[in-house]
Design a protein around this ligand. Structure first.
Ligand code: SF4
Length: 131
């Protein structure tokens, strides 16, 4: 199992990655796609409940892995991390690199079991490791 970089308590308090704008709709897992965005162009994940993700351990793979992602960059697969996450923005780069390295094989093998989670590289992510 891939270790968590952030504690569940931090994410339960934040829930920031359960809210989307039209520009980052590509981040929404297919099984959670909302029926419509609000008039302000944003939406909260329809699976988000007061106590967190209503899917629990059955949440989509990309949500389990976030703020990390396995992405396509040209002909390569890379591990990247989102700079949207406030905890990542204050984490030492050395800790992020170490996490990517120590979980490299498991991230890749799990991502390949969930090919829909592997997106083409986009800005807003920092590449940590080529696979
Ligand atoms: S944005 Fe970061 S800290 Fe906030 S819920 Fe998502 S992963 Fe956790």
């Amino acid at each position: 199992m891939i270790k968590k970089f952030l504690s569940p308590e931090i994410c339960a308090e934040c829930k920031g990655c359960c809210f989307f704008g039209k520009d980052d709709a590509w981040e929404i897992p297919a099984e959670c796609y909302p029926r419509a965005f609000g008039g302000d162009g944003t939406v909260r994940c329809p699976r988000l409940s007061e106590s967190g993700c209503a899917l629990g351990d059955g949440k989509p793979f990309e949500c389990k892995l976030y703020p990390f992602r396995v992405m396509n960059m040209g002909d390569n697969r890379v591990i990247a991390v989102s700079t949207y996450c406030p905890e990542i923005r204050t984490s030492p780069l050395s800790a992020l690199l170490e996490f990517a390295e120590s979980n490299r094989a498991e991230m890749l093998s799990e991502a390949e079991k969930h090919p829909g989670s592997i997106k083409d590289y986009r800005g807003g992510y920092v590449v940590l490791k080529a696979l």
